[in-house]
Design a protein around this ligand. Structure first.
Ligand SMILES: Cc1cc2nc3c(=O)[nH]c(=O)nc-3n(C[C@H](O)[C@H](O)[C@H](O)COP(=O)(O)OP(=O)(O)OC[C@H]3O[C@@H](n4cnc5c(N)ncnc54)[C@H](O)[C@@H]3O)c2cc1C
Length: 461
């Protein structure tokens, strides 16, 4: 073994025990990457698996003294290469810190260690008649990962994104200091809001060791509406008007024709729509309502359906609950469908909701100009578009991606609505973000992590 790695290994073993330090061949390839399509895997010097906050604190104090890069890792489901290791550094995998510490029914909060997977949090909340409202499409993701990417997902149009549900954190700073922010409190106006600063920081400011999230009462009824349209433009124009009804759908997604075909094929699902109508449909809206009573939920769905017809839908289908669930699950698989079809990149631009029509039109022009294929779906109610970019030449693909991101920013949007910057998008972020903001962000990073050990390759260099 390389003497540097050997010495490092023995220091790390003293903190977490021999079993929880992996080096060389023992490092599973899963630790070297996330699900980004554009960021290559990197093998770190070691993977270390602390059991508790005290061990995380000792690890960071050690790493800080050694100027050793530390990349915190959740489930590795991220789409921006944010948890990709640094070759000379270590991966700090939170996998042993996986307990739900408390479901507090009266305060309607959950207190979790960082590696609680969403599946587990959903089940624990449901058992108490409550719900964790953030559903970012991949339920094997962890709450620590969600906090650090400020994950969004399909229910954001009603409930907001992760940051709107994080009430407090326990974090370990780069020098090993343990800090608590917020608490089981729904409001706070006491100095800078460090909780919100850390949310979405991609492991560059601190390592999160505990999360307090808000839970909401579980509403028992859901109805799903599917509306096919003849043009994508009609769909995108309809979105702000559907939001303006005030009905407040739980989900408001758009799916273009190619994406719909690929997700249906992948999930072996038949929508039961007349083939002639399917041939004419170029895009779909998928809407879900939820409520306390069945009749009211159905009435909301019917009203949204009526509105869709008014706005140009060819027809409107109220899906039976099983089919509705299946279609939503299929929609969640759109990333895998795009990957299987050979997508070279998937981006998640966000624009103001009312600009989504303009944006999608510009995306079509950009694709045509570069002879690329750009297809997608998205959390339309949030103005958040997921576009898969297909082109055989990586250089052209890069140009298309840059043009798509630029168009989003020009419309008052942002490079990433929910997947984060990570490594995949940092060159675009550097080029498109306000330079003054970048300078201030670097100063914040410097204040939290003066030696630059925490995820030094993410967001900016
Ligand atoms: C099929 C699919 C669909 C998806 N759909 C959506 C979607 O609709 N909406 C959406 O928002 N996302 C979506 N994602 C992205 C992904 O699920 C999220 O980014 C998720 O939040 C990542 O969680 P994770 O546990 O996998 O984190 P990781 O990928 O392991 O890490 C993500 C970032 O968080 C940091 N991190 C992780 N844990 C900690 C910690 N304890 N302390 C400090 N930093 C930490 C890492 O360093 C990294 O920067 C999808 C992913 C897939 C594969």
């Amino acid at each position: 073994m390389d003497p540097i790695v050997s010495q490092l290994c023995s220091s790390l073993c003293q903190i977490v025990g021999d079993k929880h330090v992996l080096v060389g061949e023992a490092i599973d390839p899963e630790y070297t990457r996330d699900e980004s399509l554009t960021v290559a895997p990197v093998v770190p010097r070691a993977v270390v698996r602390p059991a508790n906050t005290a061990e995380v604190a000792k690890l960071l104090a050690f790493a800080n003294a050694q100027r050793l890069a530390v990349v915190a890792r959740g489930a590795g489901t991220g789409l921006s290469g944010a948890c990709t290791p640094v070759a000379e550094g270590i991966v700090l995998s939170l996998e042993r810190m996986n307990r739900i510490l408390e479901i507090d029914e009266e305060n309607q909060v959950a207190v979790c260690e960082p590696f609680v997977r969403l599946t587990e949090l959903y089940a624990a909340a449901e058992a108490k008649g409550l719900m964790y409202a953030i559903v970012p499409g991949e339920n094997s993701a962890t709450i620590g990962g969600n906090v650090n990417t400020n994950a969004g997902g399909m229910q954001a149009v009603k409930y907001g994104v992760t940051r709107h549900h994080v009430l407090g954190l326990e974090v370990v700073l780069a020098d090993g200091q343990v800090l608590r922010t917020g608490g089981k409190i729904v409001k706070v106006s006491s100095g800078y809001d460090l909780t919100q600063l850390i949310v979405g920081s991609e492991g560059t400011l601190a390592v999160v060791t505990q999360v307090i999230v808000k839970l909401v009462p579980r509403l028992p009824h859901r109805k799903t509406v599917l509306a096919p349209f003849k043009t994508l433009a009609e769909v995108t124009h309809a979105i702000p008007k559907l939001v303006a009804t005030g009905i407040g759908p739980l989900m408001l997604e758009y799916i273009d024709v190619l994406t719909m075909a690929s997700i249906l094929q992948r999930s072996k699902m038949d929508l039961g729509i007349d083939p002639k109508l399917r041939e004419q449909a170029m895009a779909y809206l998928l809407l879900v309502t939820e409520g306390r009573d069945e009749a009211g939920t159905e009435r909301d769905a019917a009203e949204l359906g009526e509105k869709c017809l008014e706005l140009g839908a060819m027809d409107v289908f109220m899906l039976p609950s099983q089919a509705g669930r299946q279609l939503i699950e299929a929609r969640e698989q759109s990333f895998w469908a795009g990957k299987a079809a050979g997508a070279g990149d998937v981006i998640d631009v966000v624009v103001p909701r009312a600009s989504i029509a303009n944006y999608v039109e510009r995306a079509g022009l950009i694709a045509a100009e570069h002879q690329a294929l750009v297809v997608g779906c998205g959390h339309a109610g949030d103005g958040n578009v997921h576009l898969a970019v297909f082109h055989g030449d990586a250089a052209v693909r890069g140009k298309v991606t840059k043009a798509l991101l630029t168009a989003g920013v020009e419309l008052g949007g942002a490079v990433s609505g929910e997947h984060g910057i990570g490594r995949a998008k940092k060159r675009y972020y550097a080029a498109l973000e306000d330079p003054a903001k970048l300078v201030l962000q670097r100063r914040i990073k410097q204040a939290f992590d003066p030696n630059g050990i925490l995820n030094p390759s993410a967001i900016f260099d």
